[in-house]
Design a protein. Structure first.
Length: 95
């Protein structure tokens, strides 16, 4: 299953992505049979990978997106994960 997010500029910075993604991750890693949540983005999307880090996810590596041609500006990606065994309380977003 894949979940994507996109938030309009006027709604950014209100912790909506943090709250929504945090609920999905917490629910996912507490579900029986689901041991790991994986997320990815392009390295230039600092807001996304910083969000993943605030959600307790850890970087697991880089990869080239298989649907994009070699050399495309969005070809490189960074991946993060959080496992059920690494589950912990999420810190509150900065106010």
């Amino acid at each position: 299953m894949q979940i994507a997010r996109r938030i309009g500029a006027s709604w950014q910075g209100r912790s909506l992505a943090y709250e929504a993604a945090g609920l999905v991750i917490d629910r996912g890693v507490s579900s029986p049979g689901l041991e790991r949540i994986v997320a990815y983005t392009v390295p230039a999307n600092e807001r996304s990978w910083r969000l993943m880090e605030r959600l307790g996810m850890r970087p697991i590596g880089r990869f080239e997106h298989p649907s994009l041609p070699s050399g495309h500006e969005l070809w490189p990606h960074v991946a993060y994960d959080r496992t059920a065994s690494a589950r912990r309380d999420r810190p509150r977003p900065p106010e």
